[in-house]
Design a protein around this ligand. Structure first.
Ligand SMILES: [Fe+2]
Length: 264
């Protein structure tokens, strides 16, 4: 088949995202071969995309803290497109900026760095909302009564750094669904796909969380060194997450997307 070099890469990504996630949402378990093939094609297109494809130049930005930072948002979003199947845009992070720990309920996602470097810390909830009676006693005195309802036992899945040469960071409804994104060294930007898009009217609102505690799973077990070594790869940190309002030092501005238009 002849290579299509005329269609902008971002248009190919948008089309592939639509096909992939439409297919995923209509398949029973999301594990059939067609979905896997579509998903892999989307991953390879995302792996190839660079800032220049979106006409975005790496920026030199100062830290968002300090007097100037009072007016400049630490994070800016460029909206590219949104359908009922997925949304796509670019997040620009100033030097030192973070997107605090948040969730994507019932959603899939892909994050591809365009410039700079980010560290992505991924968590998953282990069970439904816990009541105050199950909160570790150490934390109870520190919590106001209004905060006592929404705490989750969770697991820290991974902490990984991504640059423009990395493949995309993936999330699913059940795997790596909560994440915190921190810039490493200078400013950074990433292309972001969420499927389906956030929609509070459909149970997909964004919630923010604070890590109360992390404990290595099985830390207190009395196992032999040999057994412990065998489990090393599987070891994940259990964390207690407290749902919090959007942190005051985080807000997201907006600016126009300068790249090739996407159409369906
Ligand atoms: Fe996110």
């Amino acid at each position: 088949m002849p290579r299509d070099n005329k269609t902008p890469l971002i248009q190919k990504i948008a089309k592939q995202a639509y096909v992939t996630f439409k297919c995923l949402q209509s398949s029973a378990n999301g594990e059939n071969k067609l979905v896997a093939d579509q998903h892999n094609e989307l991953i390879s297109l995302m792996t190839a995309v660079r800032a220049a494809d979106l006409k975005i130049a790496p920026r030199k930005t100062k830290r968002s803290s300090g007097a100037a930072g009072l007016h400049n948002p630490p994070v800016t979003y460029m909206h590219i497109c949104e359908t009922e199947v997925f949304s796509m845009g670019v997040f620009l992070l100033r030097t030192g900026a973070s997107i605090p720990l948040h969730d994507h309920p019932g959603m899939n996602g892909m994050l591809k760095v365009l410039y700079g470097k980010v560290s992505v810390r991924c968590f998953d909830k282990l069970e439904d909302t816990l009541t105050v009676s199950t909160v570790p006693p150490d934390f109870e005195p520190a919590l106001a009564p209004s905060q006592m309802a929404s705490q989750w036992r969770s697991v820290l899945r991974s902490v990984v750094e991504y640059s423009e040469n990395s493949g995309p960071c993936l999330l699913t409804p059940l795997r790596d669904n909560l994440h915190q994104i921190d810039t490493v060294e200078g400013p950074a930007a990433f292309l972001d796909i969420l499927a389906p898009p956030y929609n509070p009217d459909d149970g997909r609102d964004c919630h923010y969380y604070k890590v109360l505690q992390t404990v290595a799973e099985g830390e207190t077990d009395e196992k032999s060194n040999e057994e412990k070594q065998g489990e090393e790869k599987e070891k994940e940190d259990v964390a207690w997450l407290l749902e919090i309002p959007q942190p005051e030092d985080f807000w997201c501005g907006g600016e126009p997307y300068p790249g090739p238009a996407v159409s369906f």
